[in-house]
Design a protein around this ligand. Structure first.
Ligand code: PMP
Length: 398
């Protein structure tokens, strides 16, 4: 039976990591996969995480199963991080959260829930978006459509086009937004633009759903959820898939969450019972270690403060690299204006490099960038910046 299968294409992002690993050039630079790296190109384990792990090693009593929805302390801390400690939505029991194995699994639960348990059969994604969004929603059975998001000429949101596309989305469809640090463009709506998007959602009655994979990597923990909170407080229903891979550096522990907000406690309870049936028939219940780390840190004021400081260091390093990248490109003699890169949020920049230029950088210079031209700014360091910019300027001049 299996002999008739053809080989699936390599994942556009993770596939590149394998090719990078096999590259023997000493000066190779990896700006592809979305993983934070420090000044020594190491993806560090945060001190706050190490401390939580030591605590767990000493104090964990059992490896028995977690509930289907995961740890209660983790789930409440997640709601508070997204919606605010004093959110009336939480107090009114309108919010339910399921711990999930990463943001990807949270998105997949969201997709299965929409397709199997609600009338929604179609979801709209920004053009462009994280490539795996399409795969996840399509695999669950949803029809995937796109709304315009990016204006390559001005390196900005194509806001008029965006609004006009949103105006034409039928009632009952789902529309996915990136809560912050839009991947791959690094460009988020302003608070005013979120207001305008919300007005269309309210009028047209489609369901906004959020992917929140980078809280704390843009402006800060509170700043990055301005849009999500606006929608949560204004609308009867919302779904949010969040990830702790980046902001806690817990990539390989697979820790994220799906948060459901409903019109009242009774609806929330019923809807969430359906979410749980989806989880039960998929992976049954989530792994414990990552969730325990996050819960321990978020529920311990001293550790939480340390984590916020470490998150701030990551965010500020990326911002410094953005500034240095633009400055060094100028010094190396580019005649293009790259200043837009300083204004982008999060780990990624949409550089404007063409696929051909990306391939030349990879083949001739050992510089790895995703074919779309998306650059992981966190892969830049003081040491590799000069070579990187020199190579880009050369390729741009070809
Ligand atoms: N959404 C977006 C926009 C992402 O960039 C990523 C990770 N690259 C995810 C979701 C998935 O995160 P996780 O690794 O927690 O599954």
């Amino acid at each position: 039976m299996f002999e008739s299968l053809v080989k699936a294409p390599a994942d556009p992002i993770l596939g590149l990591a394998d090719i990078y690993k096999a590259d023997e050039r000493v000066h190779k630079i990896n700006l592809s996969v979305g993983v934070y790296k420090d000044e020594n190109t190491v993806t560090p384990i945060l001190n706050s995480v190490k401390k939580a792990e030591s605590y767990l090693l000493e104090n964990e009593q059992s490896k028995s199963y977690l509930p289907i929805e995961g740890l209660a302390t983790f789930n409440l801390a997640t709601q508070q991080l997204i919606l605010g400690n004093d959110s009336p939505l939480i107090q009114d029991n309108r919010v339910k959260t399921a711990q999930a194995p990463g943001g990807t699994a949270a998105l997949r639960i969201m997709a299965d829930f929409l397709f199997n348990k609600t009338k929604t059969k179609r979801i709209w994604l920004s053009q462009p978006t994280w490539p795996n969004h399409r795969g996840v929603f399509h695999s669950a059975g949803l029809e995937v459509k796109e709304y315009r998001y990016y204006d390559p000429q001005n390196h900005n949101i194509a806001f008029d086009a965006l609004l006009s596309d949103l105006e034409n989305i039928p009632e009952g469809d789902a529309v996915l937004f990136h809560g912050c640090c839009h991947n791959p463009t690094g460009i988020d709506p302003t608070a005013e633009q979120w207001q305008q998007i919300l007005a269309v959602a309210t009028k047209k009655r489609w369901l906004p759903v959020f992917d929140l994979a980078y809280q704390g990597f843009g402006g800060g923990l509170e700043e990055d959820v301005v849009g999500v909170r606006l929608f949560a407080n204004a609308l009867p229903e919302l779904l949010i898939a969040s990830s702790y891979s980046k902001n806690f550096g817990l990539y390989n522990e697979r820790v994220g969450a799906l948060t459901l907000i409903a019109e009242n406690a009774d609806i929330a309870d019923k809807a969430f019972s359906q979410v749980k049936t989806i989880i039960r028939t998929n992976y049954s219940n989530p792994p414990s270690h990552g969730g325990n780390i996050v819960a321990h840190i978020l529920n311990n004021p001293e550790l939480k403060e340390e984590w916020i400081a470490e998150l701030t260091v990551m965010r500020q390093r990326i911002h410094r690299m953005r500034q240095l990248f633009v400055k060094t490109l100028q010094e190396k003699g580019t005649n293009q204006d790259f200043s837009f890169i300083v204004k982008q949020n999060g780990m990624f920049s949409f550089s404007g490099l063409t696929e051909e230029q990306v391939l030349t950088l990879r083949n001739d210079y050992g510089i790895y960038i995703v074919n779309s031209g998306r650059i992981n700014v966190a892969g830049m360091t003081l040491d590799n910046m000069s070579l990187l910019c020199e190579s880009i300027v050369k390729v741009l001049a070809l």
